[in-house]
Design a binder for this molecule. Structure first.
Ligand SMILES: *Cc1c(COP(=O)(O)O)cnc(C)c1O
Length: 400
C-alpha cells in the first residue's frame, strides 16, 4: 500500500465519498476545497495548528502500557493512546481547532456544527470561544433531553443550542438541519463537521487534522518498544479517531489495523450501528456515498448503541474503501462487551474510558489472550468516560 493516495480529485475513495448535495451548496464546497488546499500547502497554517495543539489541547498525548490489564489477560501487551487526556476529554478537539483556524483564514466569523451526544458540540463551542466566533450548534430535540450536561456546557461556552424537531430528533436530523442552515448563510458561516464524513473535502480534511494521533503514536511506540505495534485498533462511529490512528500506518503493512463498530444488541438484531460488519449496501446520506444501514427501499434505518458517539447509520467513505481494499478489518463489539471493557479499565488501570473507546478496548480484551505476550496491541483511547457515568450507572441498576 505504499502508493495509497486518496481521495482522488473528485473526492472519491474508490467507490465511496464524492459530493452529493443540492446545487446551492456546490459553490460553498468549492470555496472550502480551495481554501483548504491553499492552507494544506502553507507551513504557517500547520505551525499555528501545532502550536494550539501543544499549548491549548496539551499534546502530545502519551502512549501508556496497560500492564495490569495485560497481565490479567495473560496474552498480548495492551497499550493505550491517551486521547482522553486532551482538553475537552476526547480527540474531537484536534479537528475543531483545525477547522476553526481554516474558518478564520477564510474570514468567516460565525460557525455552525451538528452534534448527537454533544461531544462535537462542546468541542466546537470551545474553539469558537477560543477564537472569538459566534457559534450555533444543531442538536436533535431528543438528544437535548438526554444530554443535558453537555447542552449546559455549550451554553456556558457561549454557544447557542438549536433544537431540531424533525425526523427521529437525533444526530441524523441535526446534520440535515445544519446543512440547510449553511445553504442559507454561506457567505459568513463555516460549517464544522465533527467526523470524517460529509461531502468532499470534509473526509480528507478531518482525517488530516486527526492524523496527529497516528503520527505521534508511531514516534512514541518506536521510542517505547523499539518497533511498531502488531495491531492498532480504534472504535468507529463516523470514523475520525480511527482514520487519525490508521492513516499514518497504512503503508506499514506489518501493522494489522482493526476498526470496531457498535454492535449494540447484536448484529442479528436491527439494534446496532455497524454498517460494514452487518454488510449494509452502499447508499447516500449527508452528502456522501458509503456503506449505509438502510431497508430494501433505501430508507435509512434507526440505530442503537450504548454509546451515543457511535450511534450513526453511516461510516466515513475512507473506511468503506479501506474495507474494500482489505487493508483494515472491521468488526463489531456489542453493548455488553463494551460495558465489561469499561469496568475492566476502571478496575485494573484507574482510567474511566468513554463508552465509545470501550468498544475498541473490548476487541483488545477478547483477542489479547489468544496472542503471545511478545505481541503488542495499541488501542486508541479516544475519550474519557466522565460523560458516561450516568448511562453506566443506569445500566448497572444504580440510581445516582
Ligand atoms: C464522537 C466520539 C467517537 C466517535 O466518533 P469518530 O468520528 O468515529 O471518532 C469516539 N470516541 C469518542 C470519545 C467520541 O467522543
Amino acid at each position: 500500500m505504499k502508493d495509497y493516495q486518496f481521495p482522488d480529485e473528485y473526492g472519491f475513495f474508490g467507490e465511496h465519498g464524492g459530493v452529493y448535495v443540492s446545487e446551492t451548496l456546490i459553490p460553498a464546497l468549492q470555496e472550502l476545497a480551495e481554501a483548504y488546499k491553499d492552507a494544506k500547502n502553507d507551513p504557517a497554517f500547520w505551525e499555528e495548528y501545532r502550536h494550539d495543539l501543544k499549548h491549548y489541547v496539551g499534546r502530545p498525548s502519551p502512549v501508556y502500557h496497560a500492564k495490569r490489564l495485560s497481565e490479567k489477560l495473560g496474552g498480548a501487551q495492551i497499550w493505550l493512546k491517551r486521547e482522553d487526556l486532551n482538553h475537552t476529554g476526547a480527540h474531537k478537539v484536534n479537528n475543531t481547532i483545525g477547522q476553526a483556524l481554516l474558518a478564520r483564514r477564510m474570514g468567516k466569523k460565525r460557525v455552525i456544527a451538528e452534534t448527537g451526544a454533544g461531544q462535537h458540540g462542546v468541542a466546537s463551542a470551545t474553539v469558537a470561544a477560543r477564537f472569538g466566533m459566534e457559534c450555533h450548534v444543531y442538536m436533535g430535540a431528543d438528544d437535548i433531553q438526554r444530554q443535558a450536561p453537555n447542552v449546559y456546557r455549550m451554553k456556558l461556552l457561549g454557544a447557542n443550542v438549536v433544537g431540531v424537531t424533525s425526523g427521529s430528533r437525533t444526530l441524523k436530523d441535526a446534520m440535515n438541519e445544519a446543512m440547510r442552515e449553511w445553504v442559507a448563510r454561506v457567505d459568513d458561516t463555516f460549517y464544522i463537521i465533527g467526523t470524517a464524513a460529509g461531502p468532499a473535502p470534509y473526509p480528507e480534511m478531518v482525517r488530516d487534522f486527526q492524523c496527529v494521533i497516528g503520527e505521534e503514536a508511531k514516534e512514541q511506540m518506536l521510542e517505547a518498544i523499539g518497533r511498531q505495534p502488531d495491531v492498532a485498533v480504534a472504535c468507529v462511529g463516523g470514523g475520525s479517531n480511527a482514520i487519525g490512528l490508521f492513516y499514518p500506518y497504512i503503508a506499514e503493512e506489518n501493522v494489522r489495523l482493526v476498526g470496531v463498530e457498535a454492535g449494540g444488541l447484536g448484529l442479528q438484531t436491527q439494534n446496532h450501528a455497524a454498517p460494514i460488519s452487518s454488510k449494509s449496501p452502499i447508499g447516500v446520506l449527508h452528502g456522501f456515498r458509503s456503506y449505509l444501514m438502510q431497508d430494501e427501499n433505501g430508507q435509512v434505518l434507526g440505530t442503537h448503541s450504548v454509546s451515543a458517539g457511535l450511534d450513526y447509520p453511516g461510516i466515513g467513505p475512507e473506511h468503506s474503501h479501506l474495507a474494500d481494499l482489505g487493508r483494515v478489518e472491521y468488526c463489531a463489539a456489542d453493548d455488553k462487551a463494551a460495558m465489561d471493557a469499561f469496568h475492566d479499565l476502571c478496575h485494573y488501570e484507574g482510567i474511566i474510558p468513554a463508552l465509545e473507546s470501550s468498544h475498541a478496548l473490548a476487541w483488545a480484551i477478547a483477542e489479547a489472550p489468544k496472542m503471545s505476550p511478545e505481541k503488542v496491541i495499541l488501542v486508541n483511547l479516544s475519550g474519557r468516560g466522565d460523560k458516561d457515568i450516568n448511562t453506566v450507572a443506569k445500566l448497572d441498576g444504580i440510581n445516582l
